[in-house]
Design a protein around this ligand. Structure first.
Ligand code: BTN
Length: 329
């Protein structure tokens, strides 16, 4: 391991107070000058190391990068896990790996995506270091029926994981958005490939993107009205690695029947649209109606003003009230 990496690891593991150059030098068995040079290089690379005269060096708690070395041996041994500081899209990377034969449970994690993808061909804003981007590859048992409700279940598992790490209460907006009272904090994108010989789903990539902290300079204008961060920088404690580990572990079990019922009931409890009036957009078609139910297969049941029921499997839904009748991106 290079001195630079050792210095970074020491600073990441010692955030309560400044670490002096001499202490690090003694601990790492290098000269004080070597520590100083390593700090300079890291700072040039964008690592926000603060230097306090006569005290030493320290990292802010908001600097919370993924660390490949963190992940449980058992998790990595059962299926590979790739950790990137930056990647185009964790879903795309994992789909490429799936084509090359990656195993069930393989995962790609990143601190930043240069071409993050959202639903319906849109992009997903994935700034460096303030977010977490996780994709997990699933190879369902041929007897298991994979459907739209996969995304619903993935949303509930993500909400549970986030609340475990101190996030405020999380609601779900059909079909794939996670909200707090401040706005959209995370989104899920599930992509599947079908085996054309038997018509069965043979791989599923489930990806989640989470806004942990507000991005430097705020969210871009087109999403600023509804995007939000889960945590405030003032109270943030590093959670990214254990959170990512929990997400991977939870998603690996996503396509099993045992927890279907509980996850779908919880989805309904967390729903911010159930019983509410919404605008559903499907291409050029728009319907205003009240959400009467979310079916087990994931469909949204909408009652129009004329009393007709519509079962929607795919639509863009926006809510009047809290978030306005605006876009959900
Ligand atoms: C949406 O809001 O429409 C869904 C957003 C899904 C974003 C995640 S981030 C990890 C994974 N990789 C991607 O490119 N997209 C998903």
């Amino acid at each position: 391991m290079k001195t630079k990496d050792k210095v970074l690891r020491a600073l990441l593991n010692h955030r309560e107070e400044e670490l002096s150059g001499q202490t690090m030098a003694d601990h790492l068995g290098v000269s004080r000058n070597a520590v100083w040079a390593a700090v300079k290089t890291l700072q040039k690379e964008g690592v926000p190391i603060r230097a306090l005269p006569n005290k030493g060096y320290r990292l802010p708690t908001t600097y919370d990068p993924l660390q490949a070395s963190y992940f449980k041996k058992t998790l990595v041994e059962s299926a590979p896990l790739w950790v990137y500081p930056t990647v185009d899209s964790t879903n795309d990377q994992l789909k490429n790996l799936a084509r090359a034969g990656a195993l069930h449970g393989s995962a790609v994690l990143a601190d930043h995506q240069s071409a993050g993808k959202g639903r319906m061909g849109r992009s997903f804003y994935s700034p460096a270091l303030t977010g977490l981007y996780v994709s997990v590859l699933l190879k369902p048992d041929p007897s298991f029926q994979v459907g739209l409700n996969t995304t619903l279940k993935a949303a509930v598992l993500a909400a549970r994981c986030l609340e475990k790490y101190g996030a405020p209460p999380i609601g779900v907006k059909w079909v794939n958005d996670l909200y707090t009272s401040h706005g959209k904090v995370a989104g899920i994108l599930t992509e599947a490939t079908i085996n054309m010989e038997n018509g069965m789903v043979d791989t599923v990539v489930v990806g989640v993107g989470i806004n942990l902290l507000p991005p430097a300079g705020g969210f871009p204008e087109d999403i600023a009205s509804h995007a939000a961060a889960l945590f405030s920088p003032d109270h943030y404690q590093p959670i990214k690695n254990p959170l990512a580990q929990d997400l991977v572990e939870a998603y690996r079990e996503l396509l099993t029947e045992d927890q279907d019922h509980a996850l779908l009931s919880e989805y309904r409890e967390r729903s911010v649209v159930l019983g509410k009036e919404v605008l559903a957009t499907m291409g050029d078609r728009k319907i205003v109606g009240t959400v009467k139910a979310i079916r087990d297969d994931g469909a949204l049941v909408l009652e129009r003003a004329d009393g007709q029921l519509e079962n929607l499997m795919s639509a863009e839904v926006s809510l009047r009230g809290d978030f306005g009748f605006g876009s959900n991106r």
